[in-house]
Design a protein around this ligand. Structure first.
Ligand SMILES: Nc1ncnc2c1ncn2[C@@H]1O[C@H](COP(=O)(O)OP(=O)(O)OP(=O)(O)O)[C@@H](O)[C@H]1O
Length: 283
């Protein structure tokens, strides 16, 4: 048995992140507002290059945001120095990077990998339970490099959990896996949430994995553009009142069009001003 880890809530307000490059900055995130409850499991979706991995790396306290606030529980990462962030990474938050092999020592056994991640008595105590929880007991003496991709990924998740983090972050944990291995890894991530109680945030491109998740955040143009719950997609109203229209609606109207916001009994309508008739017919 493995003790409950107990998840922490995450809160982001106005998070902006720039990467300085010669000749200018790349704006990876341009105002992310987001709340994730303690013990939730959430997916980050979105087109390539829209900021998903940046968001995950900021949550992992790898570096501070260029602007904005990121709370993990009661701790604002933006206020921490390198030492504080390192401490948080070691104990409170764990990141499983894309490609299971990069998270593990390939020529050590599964058990040795977990044991190396144990820094104190409590985490050493966790190793046996994690091997059991992720079906790694029979593989404990196998050298990591001899395992399949799915087995390596389960070992990477178990290793990330040894320090007892309360938030687990995973960057495309099922990429490069066959269907069976993918399903095993998804089950393992649900175990982290359900059995250990940790908060889980994962980036995924896989629609099958996305369908399993109760909450999906779509990152578009460096913001949370949309949110899916129980198969239905919603636009998200930012703290500053902005919303992103869904791509199929954006395709109907050119950028910089004027939109009229009309309050009606049931809510409101957005009307492209060019197409509004004298009678005021909307979209
Ligand atoms: N270290 C870096 N230096 C400069 N630019 C970067 C760096 N890392 C990311 N970027 C840029 O920041 C933007 C967001 O990148 P990010 O990797 O967060 O997107 P992503 O949504 O995770 O993409 P993918 O799905 O392809 O992994 C992109 O324009 C990317 O080129």
């Amino acid at each position: 048995m493995t003790d409950q880890l107990g998840g922490l809530p995450l809160r982001l307000e106005g998070v902006v992140h720039l990467y300085p490059i010669p000749g200018g900055d790349v704006v990876a995130l341009r105002g992310v507002d987001l709340r994730i409850q303690a013990g939730e499991i959430v997916g980050l979706l979105g087109p390539s290059g829209m900021g998903k991995s940046t968001l995950l790396r900021l949550l992992a306290a790898l570096y501070p945001p260029s602007a904005g606030r990121i709370w993990i529980g009661d701790t604002d990462i933006a206020q921490l120095g390198p030492r504080g962030r390192r401490k948080l990474r070691g104990r409170t938050v764990s990141l499983v990077l894309q490609g299971p092999a990069v998270n593990l020592l390939p020529y050590a056994t599964v058990e040795q990998n977990l044991a190396f991640a144990a820094r104190d008595r409590a985490s050493r105590h966790r190793v046996g339970g994690l091997l059991e929880l992720f079906g790694l007991g029979p593989l404990r003496h196998r050298v990591v490099a001899t395992l399949s991709g799915g087995q390596q990924q389960r070992a990477a998740i178990a290793t990330a959990l040894v320090p007892g983090p309360r938030v687990l972050l995973a960057d495309e944990p099922t990429s490069q896996l066959d269907h069976e291995a993918r399903d095993d890894v998804v089950r393992a991530l649900f175990d982290v949430q359900r059995n250990l109680g940790a908060t889980v945030v994962m980036v995924t491109h896989d629609p099958v994995v996305a369908r399993e998740l109760p909450r999906l955040l779509t990152i578009r143009d460096g913001r949370v553009g949309a949110e899916g719950r129980s198969g239905e997609e919603f636009a998200v109203l930012g703290e500053d009142g902005t919303i992103q229209l869904p791509p199929h609606v954006r395709a109907m109207i050119p950028p910089h069009s004027l939109l009229r916001v009309r309050v009606i009994d049931e809510g409101f309508l957005l009307e492209p001003a060019d197409h509004v008739s004298d009678q005021g017919d909307g979209l």
